[in-house]
Design a protein around this ligand. Structure first.
Ligand SMILES: [Zn+2]
Length: 539
């Protein structure tokens, strides 16, 4: 497998970004190889396309296919043995905005596609020519790039460290809010403090024309509490071997700093903006999205047409365009009391609840076809029993028991599964009476959401991410609930999450020794800056 990758790298004359990432690529290609096997299986029996090759996975892997595989895939596509969504996406995107090295395979694949479509064989010369053509359309350096390039990485790192040094566990955001406001003030960006009951205030600033659609930059200032096991000082902001250590480094003070500097850079660029740009540093995110909810209630999303949250779970390899939802259920089990010495005369609600827990744990989970999760696996529902309570204080058969459970829901699938839970329980033929209720109230249920990949927000964010990272980001759906669920549900506008972060073993979110690689910080801020300039149609 390694051999194939090296050959490919040589063959395609990849740029420094890709060479630099070769180690990681090997891991990716290992995974790809597995998928390729399946594609070959499909070629041998072209009529039956294997279900096990998830369409989402196929789509995300496609950019990485080399020529030979691309050709075979192309044949599958042309022959219509592959569902339409496996077709190559957004070629115009490359044509308009330039091709990046990791996308070369897409060009190969496209070329082959075209050739195969016409019934002709693709040739290496033709491919090289096409590549040159595309590089030519890329054009001279864009002015949005020039503005974003002015962001000083050292200043950004220093700002991240200053934010980390101010403890801001949720409900204790007052100090950090004051610091952010005073910094914005120093930059002449007229911040406002918006009170949030029970928490420190959120900080809001706006630039650009009033009464025009607004692009909102949203990031939270609060962190979770200090977990056990820190070796570094969680508020020391120490940089060691390229990593910045500290509570909130990943979640999400560096993302917030990146949004802040992007906001200032745009403001000071003195461009004429067609939209206003709103910066929001919110409190209480780690505790039920209190800050963002308060801003929504206070009408602070009025005129908003798109929201970028600067949180980077999954690193800059991904743009999170959706979120799973969360539906919470109460299950009440009513048995029958009897003297403890004669349990058979009663119905033990706790014993029945135990059977229910075992049964609901075996319920089937649905997948969202063609959607990837932020952990790079196909997006699926998951379910969790959160609590069981019931007891008998006297020597009696327990007559009541309560179960609390949640289902993480996926876009396009039902969010209320009361009937399914009831059906699962019915099969148990229990003697207890059982009632299942979906929790409905302030914020509940969290609905899953997905911002369309074709929306301007996603296209622009994805484009600038690819531009600065040199790699096409995967469009993913976040596994966890977050502020974006609330924004999507209450405000109903496109929202994405993109920002500095980590994945795999380094993704120590809500864990001790939280740290972030500092080499990505400038890239993140430039993505934020260029994307917002374009969304606000800066002139
Ligand atoms: Zn967070």
């Amino acid at each position: 497998m390694e051999h194939l990758v090296c050959l490919k790298v040589h063959e395609l004359d990849l740029g420094p970004h890709d060479r630099h990432d070769l180690g990681r690529a090997l891991v990716d290609y290992g995974h790809l190889y597995f998928v390729l096997h399946r594609v070959y299986d499909a070629l041998l029996v072209p009529v039956e396309y294997p279900d096990s090759l998830d369409p989402g996975l196929g789509l995300s892997m496609l950019p990485r296919f080399g020529s030979r595989y691309a050709r075979d895939l192309a044949r599958l596509i042309v022959d219509d043995h592959v569902p339409a969504f496996l077709k190559l996406p957004d070629f115009d995107l490359f044509r308009t905005h330039g091709i990046h090295f990791d996308s070369i395979d897409k060009v190969w694949a496209l070329k082959y596609l075209t050739e195969w479509g016409k019934g002709a064989e693709g040739s290496l010369d033709g491919l090289c020519h096409l590549h040159e053509e595309i590089m030519a359309v890329k054009g001279p350096s864009n002015e949005y790039v020039d503005i974003a390039e002015s962001i000083d990485e050292r200043e950004l790192l220093e700002l991240c460290r200053e934010l980390i040094r101010i403890p801001s566990v949720y409900r204790e955001e007052k100090r950090i809010a004051k610091f952010i406001a005073s910094r914005l003030d120093k930059w002449k960006l007229t911040p406002e403090l918006v009170p949030v009951e029970g928490y420190g205030p959120s900080v809001v600033a706006r630039i650009g024309p009033e009464n025009r659609p607004a692009i909102v930059l949203n990031g939270h200032m609060d962190t979770v509490e200090v977990k056990e096991g820190w070796k570094h000082d969680p508020f020391g902001a120490k940089v060691e071997k390229g990593m910045l250590y500290g509570l909130g480094s990943l979640d999400m003070k560096c993302g917030l700093a990146s949004l802040m500097l992007a906001f200032r850079t745009i403001a000071h660029s003195n461009r004429r903006l067609d939209c206003s740009i709103v910066f929001q540093a919110v409190s209480g995110e780690e505790d039920n999205s209190a800050g963002t909810r308060a801003l929504i209630s206070a009408g602070r999303f009025r005129n908003a047409k798109a929201v970028i949250v600067g949180e980077g779970i999954g690193s800059l390899d991904v743009v999170t365009i959706g979120r799973r939802g969360g539906s919470y259920y109460d299950i009440w089990v009513s048995g029958k009391s009897a003297h403890g010495s004669t349990p058979r005369l009663g119905v033990n609600a706790i014993s029945d609840a135990a059977k229910i827990v075992t049964a609901v744990d075996k319920m089937g989970m649905r997948s969202a076809h063609g959607v990837m999760a932020d952990n790079s696996s196909p997006l699926r529902e998951s379910q969790l029993v959160l609590g069981v309570s019931g007891n008998s204080t006297s020597y009696s058969v327990p007559e009541k028991c309560h179960i609390r459970m949640m289902r993480a829901t996926v876009p396009g699938k039902p969010y209320d599964i009361c009937r399914e839970i009831e059906a699962t329980i019915k099969k148990l033929k229990l003697n207890s009476k059982v009632e299942v209720r979906l929790k409905v109230g302030s914020g509940d249920p969290y609905l899953p959401h997905m911002t369309p990949a074709k929306s301007e927000l996603v296209k622009v964010t994805r484009k600038w991410n690819a531009h600065y990272t040199g790699k096409e980001p995967s469009l993913v759906c976040g596994l966890s609930e977050a502020d974006d669920n609330t924004i999507a549900k209450e405000v109903g506008i496109p929202v994405v999450c993109v920002g500095p972060g980590e994945k795999g073993a380094l993704a120590r979110y809500h864990q001790p020794e939280e740290a972030i690689s500092i080499s990505q910080l400038g890239t993140a801020a430039r993505i934020h800056c260029s994307a917002v300039l374009e969304l606000a149609r800066a002139k």
